[in-house]
Design a protein around this ligand. Sequence first.
Ligand SMILES: [Zn+2]
Length: 321
Amino acid sequence: MGYSKEIYVKALSIKTDSVKKAQQIYEEGLQRLRATDEEFRTIEIALAKAGSAITLAAFSGDEDKLAELKIICDGLNEKKQGILSRAGIKKPTVACRLCEDTGYAKGKLCQCVLDIAKKLTYDRLSKTLPLDNCRFYNFDVNYYSDKAMADGSVPRKRAISTLNLCKQFVENFSPDTRSLLFMGGAGLGKTHLSLALVAEVSAKGYSVVYGSAQNLFAAAEKEHFSFSGETAAQDALLNCDLLVIDDLGTEFYSSFAASLFYNVINSRLLNRKPTVINTNLTFDELEKKYSARITSRFIGGYDMKLFIGTDIRQIKAMEGK
Ligand SMILES: [Zn+2]
């Protein structure tokens, strides 16, 4: 589970280390030239002398002398630059204008550090989740029957429409994107599409937290009752750009989890942060387990998609895949 304080700390140290490293490489290059290049050494000494002379001339108000010294300095600097560029030594340039590479701008972590944090989150997610196996391109709608069910709905049509909704979700991902609730039996592709959303949205640079309801709630509960003051797990649930809760309904539902879950659902809707939930429970079962207080939030703020058809894992097993 990413996007905790620890990720920010890591991102900031990556930023400051890269700045330090660039400066160090430059300094080492200069030392090398000083040790090996007589002309370079002479130029540096001449520049230092000219610098002192400029200070003196400025004090005495000798404009002519000042102008003459500046021309000398320019010439020396030009020569110095020539030697540096022939040796392939470049003075580190500021990579981020917002923070001048300090990592902080206007008292907050700078966007350049947040970008690194997002990248770290994605790398971590892709290492721990089978993201490559679960993408839009390998979501095979042919596993859904094209024959109408008793109520007239056609599984394949449903699957195609849900797939398209997910593609739009990614394409237009923003704080205004409506949350999604995937319902339906096991093995109907809910987790596949959820993971595809995780892969695509994190690839766009957003922070994504994904986990089973059991793991996510347990992490926050453990943190809460450790009384350490640490709130990284809860912060991640509340503040990540996209939260994906897998397999809602199978978790142990304590009174802590109940209030946490309501808080997460409600706060994220109020703060316009999209959430994707998938569950094997029906809407009635959800209401029974989590109360109408929560399901009314789903009705107001979620697009609900019902997955129908035959367990795809069983079909694949029969086909020997
Ligand atoms: Zn910056």
